[in-house]
Design a protein around this ligand. Structure first.
Ligand code: OSB
Ligand code: MG
Length: 372
């Protein structure tokens, strides 16, 4: 399939909640949407990088510069036998998995639409709905935390993930566990601790957490392996897994027992599927993470999470939690803790171009001629 042209539309989407983590506060997302065009069809993806590198190293400006000057000129104007071949051509550029994921994911959507098949089917998905949990940011106080947990459990979410940081950890988890003895609870530290905090983290063993997500440095595996020997609670890695290779090494080292897969963090659907396959070969469960995606990234994530190894509830909660109005026309809403797979070819959602034109803050196009 030939990619005839590409357009990036950057939009600003205000979040309906203040999202606080150990690395900062988010109140909006600047979402770069990529549209690939060919054969009269369009394929969509979104970038999940942020203006400043608080989660991993990629930044919005750096990634979009690479997308415009490196990645799109490599793929636009060429006829591709499929998404894997296209992804291989991007491998000569080092790193930058989030930038590469934008291009790779949009092409998977375009490819699936050209075959008139849902993306999940092409990836090898085996289900049409997913169990979902919710990721709750750090709240102003304990009362607000208990309220938020209660509301989301009532809405049917199957697992509650609490963001923690030093000074906001054991006492919060203890209070939530006391109030909700049966709930599936997890915590996510987003790299806020050091190995020297092992004793404090081990106190969390008393609260029957499903796992502790990314306690140590974003680029570390070795200290996570050391920490794992001192905890009863499994470690789940998020930031530290950027490829199938780092997933294999994490599992071999014993740095993780569970993996949070984010399609955009690992460079796209091909690599996400390889991470999934590696984890399965180790008998390690995986679940689909989130980066506060708009409907475009959210639909991609839902399709990817239909693979058999995604046995734990993911972070792909209802779009209406995040946005007053989404950038796609189809609602992506969980019911009783189940998120249905959007129907139709590709990722099964379409852009709300009227709304995009109102919230657009920038963008650019790359055409076949520019690309030569
Ligand atoms: O660590 O999983 C994370 C959001 C942005 C960056 C990192 C993370 C998160 C979340 C929210 O936890 C997941 C979501 O609701 O999309
Ligand atoms: Mg995380």
């Amino acid at each position: 399939m030939k990619i005839e042209s590409a357009e990036v539309v950057i939009v600003r989407l205000p979040l309906r909640f203040r999202f606080e983590t150990s690395f900062g506060v988010q109140t909006e997302r600047i979402v770069p949407l990529l549209i690939l065009r060919g054969e009269g069809l369009e394929g969509y993806a979104e970038g999940v990088m942020t203006a400043l590198p608080g989660y991993r190293e990629e930044t919005l400006a750096g990634a979009l510069d690479l997308v415009e000057k490196g990645l799109l000129p490599e793929v636009v104007g060429r006829d591709w036998p499929g998404p894997e071949a296209m992804a291989l051509s991007l491998e000569r550029f080092r790193g930058n998995p989030m930038a590469k994921a934008m291009v790779e994911m949009a092409f998977w959507d375009l490819w699936a639409r050209s075959l008139e098949r849902p993306l999940a089917e092409l990836l090898g998905g085996v289900r049409d709905r997913l169990p979902v949990g919710v990721s709750l940011g750090i709240q102003p106080d304990l009362e607000a935390t208990l309220d938020a947990v209660a509301r989301h459990l009532e809405a049917g979410y199957r697992r509650i993930k609490l963001k923690i940081k030093p000074g906001w950890d054991v006492q919060v988890v203890a209070a939530v566990r006391e109030r909700f003895p049966e709930a599936h609870l997890t915590v996510d530290a987003n790299s806020a601790y050091r190995l020297a905090d092992a004793r404090r983290l081990a106190r969390l063993d008393a609260y029957d957490l499903d796992y502790i997500e990314q306690p140590l440095a974003y680029d570390d595996l070795v200290d996570h392996a050391r920490l794992a020997t001192r905890l009863a609670t499994p470690i789940c890695l998020d930031e530290s897994v950027v490829s199938a290779r780092s997933a294999r090494q994490a599992l071999e080292l014993g740095a993780a027992g569970v993996i949070n897969i984010k399609v955009a963090r690992v460079g796209g659907h091909g690599e996400a599927r390889r991470v999934h396959d590696v984890a399965r070969s180790f008998g390690a469960p995986v679940w689909m993470g989130g980066m506060l995606e708009s409907g475009v990234g959210r639909a991609h994530n839902i399709h990817a999470a239909t693979l058999p190894g995604y046995t734990l509830p993911g972070d792909t909660s209802s779009a209406s939690r995040y946005w007053e109005r989404d950038v796609v026309l189809e609602p992506l809403e969980a019911k009783s803790g189940w998120m249905p797979l959007p129907k139709g070819p590709g990722i099964g959602v379409s852009l709300d171009y009227d709304y995009l034109s109102r919230i657009r803050t920038g963008g650019f196009e790359v055409r076949a001629l520019d690309a030569v």
